[in-house]
Every structure is written in C-alpha cells, then in structure tokens.
Ligand binder design. Structure first.
Ligand SMILES: [Zn+2]
Length: 320
C-alpha cells in the first residue's frame, strides 16, 4: 500500500468524521420557561407562557414612529420585537397563588405554554388555590381554560370588580371600539365556568387577597387593571401587569401608550407614578411583558428609567 493511498484514506475518513458533526440536526426549542427566586420565606416561580411578535408600529401611540425606532435602536432592537408573556406563581408556604395565566389558546402556537412550564417547575395545576388576574385581556385570562374546561380545578379566580364590571357587560362591549369585541368575548368565555361554579370573586381596590399579597389599583390599561404587592420578610415584589409593554420604548418615552389602553391618560399616569415609586422604594418588579423572567428593578436616569434585570442565581436554598 503506497503512502499516498494511505494518506488519501485518512483524509477521506477525516472528512467523513467532520461531515457527521456538521449533520447534527438543529434543535430549535427553548429551555423550559420557569425561573425561581425567594422573597423572604415566599417562593416565587416566574412562568413563561411564550413570546409573540409585538407589532410596535401599529400598537404604540403618543410617540412618533421615529422616536420608537430610535429607542429600540439604543437597545439593540428593531421592529417587530418579540414580547414575553410572563406569569408569577407565589408559594407562601400555606397557599399557592398564580398571578395571571397567559393566553391559553387565544394567541396561537407561540404561547399557551404556561401549564407545561408549571409542571416542569414541579407543580400541578390542581395545587393552585388562588388565581389573581391583573386584568381580563386575552394574554392574562386565556390560560384559565384548558381544553375548554377550568385549567385550575381547585382555584378561586379573582380580579378587580371594575374589570369584571367592564369586560363582562354587553353594553360596554357595544360602546367599545370594534377591535375590542373579541376581548370582551374571550374574557366572558374564559371566566364562564368559574362564574357558574361560584368561584369567580371580584375584589375592591386595595384588597388583601391572602396574607402578604394585596391589590394595587393601576387603572388605565383597563378600568380595573391591578398590580399585586407581594411582601414577606421585609422584602417586596410588585407584580405590575401591563404597566410597560415594550420596556425599550416606554421606560424612556413614558408617555407612550398602547391602543389597547381603555384610558390612555390614566394608563400614562399609572405608569409614571409606578415607575417613580418602584425606583424610590427599590421595589422588585415582576412585569408581564418585560423579557422573561421579567424580574428586575428600575432606576431613574437623565433620560427616563432603566430596567435592571435581577442577577441570575442558581438554586435559591436560602431566603435572601
Ligand atoms: Zn398583556
């Protein structure tokens, strides 16, 4: 066997080996979407429902398209941006409370992943005692159903009375812009089995829902839009719902509203007030639509506010 022949065989073997590596199929799935941290003795698990393409240019109002693009560019983003849908599971030690439920089937294949991620995080839907909704839009209420039945068969569902009075009223539906009609229908359909079973219980502004969790009125995005202040061991987490839809734009252009706001002026006032409060009180914020896991602090700076994502930690064994 000639040296040249052996070299040719070796070369072809090498080629085959590298070709085999290159042929490994790409996987194209994300890690299960849950993230855990402690708040005093409370265990917080953020659950991703998925991400969807957010049409910034058709949804943002009160801000010029050029200013939107400039703000996105400063954050290394371009239209359209992927928007996270996050929900927050609080285990107080005695109660399991889920704040928001994702879109269920209402946003298509992008989303509706909350139940899979809840299970991946070590919980079962049957264990949820209480579901708190920040408001009754599709991407927050849709996930209370699975296969047309209650996804959380043992849970009481609660939302602000002002949101229930609005979204469940036929006369409000008739008076609202046409593009909101499906929002009214979705809210009514999602809540129907819970209403029928006497397990939907609206609350008054500022209500304490369980020890350590109380509602914070944040009107504007919807009439009863509510945050939830979660407190234990001297620490506080404000799960604020839809105060901010696109952080890169609205932390800088705080006047920017979305066309889904029931009252743009009230939504703007809630946002500016809550950003100021979160910065001043150094609140940990849980945000429905800031990039997963949507946990962080806000800091004021010369141009508005900056989002400071919570530092990643491994298994949170000790309360901090
Ligand atoms: Zn939302």
């Amino acid at each position: 066997m000639s040296v040249r022949f052996i070299a040719r065989i070796a070369a072809s073997l090498l080629f085959a080996a590298s070709a085999a590596h290159a042929a490994a199929p790409q996987v194209r799935t994300q890690a299960p979407g849950w993230y855990r941290t402690m708040l005093g003795r409370f265990e917080i698990t953020v659950l991703s429902d998925g991400t969807h393409t957010f049409p910034v240019d058709t949804v943002m109002e009160g801000v010029s398209p050029a200013a939107v693009d400039a703000a996105l560019a400063r954050n290394d983003l371009r239209r359209p941006v992927q928007g996270s849908i996050n929900a927050f599971l609080v285990n107080t030690g005695t109660r399991l409370v889920l704040i928001d439920t994702g879109a269920g089937v209402l946003y298509g294949d992008c989303c509706g992943k909350l139940l899979a991620h809840l299970r991946a995080a070590g919980y079962a839907p049957e264990q949820v005692d209480l579901v708190l909704l920040t408001h009754l839009h599709k991407d927050h209420v849709g996930g209370i159903l699975a296969g047309g039945k209650p996804a959380f068969p043992n849970a009481v569902v609660r939302a602000a009375g002002a949101d229930a009075d609005y979204w469940l009223a036929q006369d409000q539906r008739a008076a609202a812009p046409a593009f909101l009609a499906s929002f009214f229908d979705s809210a009514a359909a999602a809540l129907a089995p819970y209403v029928a079973a006497g397990r939907f219980q609206p609350f008054a502004p500022g209500a304490t829902l369980v020890p350590g969790i109380r509602a914070v009125a944040e009107p504007g995005h919807t009439p009863g839009h509510s945050g939830y202040l979660v407190e234990d061991g001297g620490q506080a987490l404000l799960v604020w719902g839809d105060v901010v839809h696109v952080a890169a734009v609205q932390l800088e252009q705080t006047q920017a509203t979305v066309k889904y706001d029931t009252s743009a002026s009230a939504a703007r006032a809630s946002r500016t007030g809550l950003l100021e409060r979160a910065a001043r009180e150094h609140l940990l914020v849980g945000a429905a639509h800031v990039a997963f896991p949507g946990l962080g602090h806000v800091r004021r700076d010369s141009t508005g506010y900056v989002w400071l994502p919570l530092n990643y930690e491994g298994d949170p064994a000790d309360p901090h």
